[in-house]
Design a protein around this ligand. Sequence first.
Ligand code: ARG
Ligand code: ZN
Length: 466
Amino acid sequence: ARRTTVLSRTAVAATVPVALAALLAAASPAAAGPVGTAGAGDPYFPLAGNGGYHVHHYDLTLRYDPGSRHLDGRAVLTARATRTLSRFDLDFSGLNVTGLTVDGTPARFRREGQELVVTPRRTLHRGHTFRVTVTYSGTPRPVTDPDGSLDGWIPTDDGAFVAGEPQGAMTWFPANNHPLDKASYDFTLTVPAGRTAVANGVLLGSRTAHGRTTFRWRQSEPMAAYLATATIGTFQVKQYTTRSGIKVYDAVDPREANAAAPVLGKLPSVLEWESRLFGPYPWRAAGSIVDHAPDVGYALETQTRPVYDSAPDLATLVHESAHQWFGDSVSLTTWKDIWLNEGFATYAEWLYAEQHGGRSAQAAFDELYALPADDELWEFPPADPGSGANIFGTPVYARGAMTLHQLRRAVGDRAFLRILRAWADAHRHGHGTTAQFERLAERISGRQLDTLFRTWLHTPGKPPAA
Ligand code: ARG
Ligand code: ZN
């Protein structure tokens, strides 16, 4: 009977949209026992992440040839079952899976859209720590996001620009692809000699043999999958340690070097300034990856070491650096709360300008507030973008920052800075929600802030003048 059911489920998968098929598969009673879910429950990205386990560590070994664009990979995930599992999902899109074991024993698997559905030989008991090894190969391709942008493994003329927000991690390694599940990472990246492969965290070493160089990176603090990178190119590399002991690694495409140098030189002072405002820098490593990737159109706050598609300006460096606290250390619980990342990083830009001889935050606010009621700024409230297509929309960034400015005006500078610092501290290396932020702001300021947050975060349309 079980066999028939499996066959009929495959037939279903062939005739209904992939996403629906994966949801049906997850809900199917046909499995031998309790199963993991095909998503982590995110309303904007229902298939992102998976239920039933937590990944503690990813050990990724990749070999990439920029000429042929061929990737060979092996991912070893160490995970713990949060319920008894006869089956579970990983997120993995594209690439061919050539082998899969669970605790060293070959396991059955099938692909359903972005779901890699794994049936281990033996049921995994709740609380059991298990190890999944996936070997794979092929030509990685980016995913197209609901807003039309590309993310994931994006080939360039000399390597690849690798950035995974919100869903691209699954284009280059099998993952529990939702910020809810953070893990430590080891990367072993092999590229042709002369190219550099840059990941997150600390460089443990590199070795060249037989025309190839292998770089070993370690990200020891917890990281969401979307913040992982393995960006490859012909880079100029600079390494140093800051006065506060942070290990900096900069990799810069020579075509961007002149424009990038003065901005990257400010990284230590930007991180010091942000540490004074937001509390201790969350990681032991830092740096920048400045690629030459004209097709990308954005930068990403890849953990410890943001990746830029071209030489950034100072405001962008301040923005991606602020994300190390807001977004990377304090992670989203749901993509709907994206303003907790983008509103905060944008407000950091405003504060930086204000304190470095530029425009005041009030002036930035006023300029935006002057925009007419039909401007895209007022299209939706920042804490309710409505769908994954809007998570990088103007209201998330600009009206998100305006909300923080309103908060600052309501509670005063001292309480406002205490709130920012308490937020970074209370959820350090963890997660937060909009509701938690609202409660924390009220607790620290001793003020009733319902109306302020309702107006600025949750109500559609241009808020009336205060
Ligand atoms: N979080 C990035 C930033 O604001 C933007 C990422 C955009 N990603 C995308 N797929 N469009 O710094
Ligand atoms: Zn941002």
